[in-house]
Design a protein around this ligand. Structure first.
Ligand code: AMP
Ligand code: MG
Length: 381
């Protein structure tokens, strides 16, 4: 199959260019498109054969359910059997945006979309290209990230082509995704927002909203009850509540090592120690000159270089340095992470060192993706 790349303006896409991809979607074909989080692989959500094809193209495990994408939250009414007042308020507050809400599933949603669960995940992307395409198609779209299962999520059209070229008729190229990591996935069936996957709608924002909605005392009572019930549901012997959590995710080909510390100076010291360990323990087993990928802020890189100057130099290192921002900032790091991992893969890096960050509400989503990329991340199971 020939994959056509349709390039459009990221803010004001020409609807004439989107007509054909939208038509393809209505006919049950698959189209990759940009959202503010990552590129999605879209297909008609209510067409079971199309949804099967999404799983096949991605090589996605059948028990990992898909998120249904809609241009506006009101359209969720036809896909869910019940929406509580609090769930509706959450949707009104955080949609459109990088936020997914898991609701009770209407029987018209095929089993395969939800991997047999009695829930359905709903999201309304804000990205203008996604909005235009969804409205033109006029049908709910199941849309997981447009990568082969296990690989870093795509944040550029070329990343999608790298994984799916020749397997889908259209990739809509709307430039770089604004945020670069996937949506926050939340379930709120017990009148409190429980995070199933962290994202840029943060724990703090959700907690503040619950307090605004219920008042501090009732929100706290609801939180305790909801967390207890959630723990009960995700006991090891029970089926995982957000099955995507158990799979290897975002993984580059090279081993990824996270260096940490309170500030840039401490992280630079930790980085140096880790590189030294690598040189002693691992490098001798691999080819003589192997490439090191480094994902780092400019401030921490400066500290690292200072460290190198001040003591016995490390042997000549071959490094690809990817500077995600001037300062150690989790939003900027999240925006660049997946593209950097793919770039290190293309360069054939033997090992990747990435800057771990701590403190602040925005750190959780970035560190979640980084840890999963580092160890394949079955840790939350
Ligand atoms: P992806 O679309 O590849 O970003 O992955 C979607 C994520 O949403 C996965 O982690 C899924 O497990 C999660 N998800 C989708 N539908 C549901 C659902 N009905 N219940 C719980 N989690 C879900
Ligand atoms: Mg994914």
């Amino acid at each position: 199959m020939l994959t056509q790349i349709v390039k459009v303006d990221s803010q004001e896409p020409d609807l004439r260019l989107l007509a054909e991809p939208a038509e393809a979607l209505r006919h049950g074909e698959l189209v990759a498109f940009p959202t503010e989080t990552v590129y999605g692989l879209g297909g008609a959500a209510l067409n079971a054969a199309t949804v099967e094809r999404i799983f096949a193209v991605k090589n996605r495990p059948a028990d990992n359910p898909l998120i249904i994408h809609l241009p506006e939250p009101l359209l969720a009414a036809g896909l869910t059997s019940e929406i509580s007042e609090f769930e509706a308020a959450l949707m009104a507050r955080f949609m459109p945006g990088p936020f997914t809400l898991v609701l009770s599933r209407h029987e018209r949603v095929p089993d395969i979309v939800s991997a047999g669960q009695d829930t359905v995940a709903i999201r309304c992307p804000e990205n203008p290209v996604a909005q235009a395409l969804m409205r033109l198609a006029g049908i709910p779209l199941a849309a997981p990230s447009a990568n082969r299962s296990g690989r870093p999520s795509p944040t550029l059209a070329r990343d999608v082509a790298e994984d799916l070229d020749g397997q889908i008729p259209f990739i809509v190229d709307g430039g770089a995704c604004q945020l670069g990591i996937e949506s926050t996935v939340v379930i709120a069936r017990d009148d409190y927002p429980i995070i199933l996957r962290p994202g840029l709608v943060t724990r703090e924002m959700l907690a503040d909203f619950a307090v605004e909605y219920f008042g501090a005392e009732r929100a706290e009572r609801n939180r305790k009850r909801a967390e207890a019930r959630q723990r009960e549901r995700s006991r090891p012997q029970a089926s995982p509540i957000s099955p995507g959590q158990k799979y290897r995710h975002y993984a580059p080909q090279a081993r990824l090592d996270i260096f940490t510390g309170e500030d840039s100076a401490a992280r630079a010291t930790d980085l140096r120690a880790r590189i030294e360990r690598y040189l002693v323990a691992e490098l001798p087993q691999t080819s003589a000159k192997s490439l090191i990928g480094l994902f780092i802020s400019s401030a921490t890189l400066k500290a690292f270089k200072g460290d190198l100057d001040g003591s016995a130099a490390l042997p000549e290192l071959q490094m690809e340095v990817n500077i995600y921002a001037a300062e150690p900032d989790p939003i900027a790091a999240a925006h660049e992470l997946f593209a950097a991992l793919r770039s290190f893969d293309r360069s054939g890096a033997a090992v990747i060192f990435a800057e771990g960050l701590s403190g602040g509400a925005d750190v959780e989503a970035y560190m979640n993706r980084l840890r999963r990329a580092a160890d394949g991340g079955a840790e939350e199971e």
